[in-house]
Ligand binder design. Sequence first.
Ligand SMILES: [Zn+2]
Ligand SMILES: [Zn+2]
Length: 145
Amino acid sequence: MGRGTSVVCEKCGWEEQFSFGSGFLSFDNPEDFEDIASGKLGELAKRALDGANPELVHLRSELETFSCMGCGELIRGRKITAYIEDDLPITLYDCDKTCPKCGESPLGPGGVLRPADVSGHIERLVKQGCPNCGGELKKYSYFWD
Ligand SMILES: [Zn+2]
Ligand SMILES: [Zn+2]
């Protein structure tokens, strides 16, 4: 079961949600296998998966929020942990290739992605008030699966 936090403006309905973790469909999802086999998640993972015994490969996908290495904008994506045969697990990141704010790649040198400080972001939002109308923001926690 995953968890999340949403921030809601009770005045105008503005809302921002952050979901984390794994849900019901996050384990050994065939689409995740395809993403790796096609090289979408990098050559390293593709090579590791190539020729591995499919029965000894397990994938766990989690929702994650990253921070653009260029401008700090929050970018929603996924973290996938690949357990391939007896090797150490490989961690893969999947998110938009361009940042919606600065238009550059959110990745740093060497393809590094930085997990965002979401709780800090939420605290700042609540302190500043609704970006749309300036109203008071309320914070809610939820679970998803
Ligand atoms: Zn950016
Ligand atoms: Zn508002």
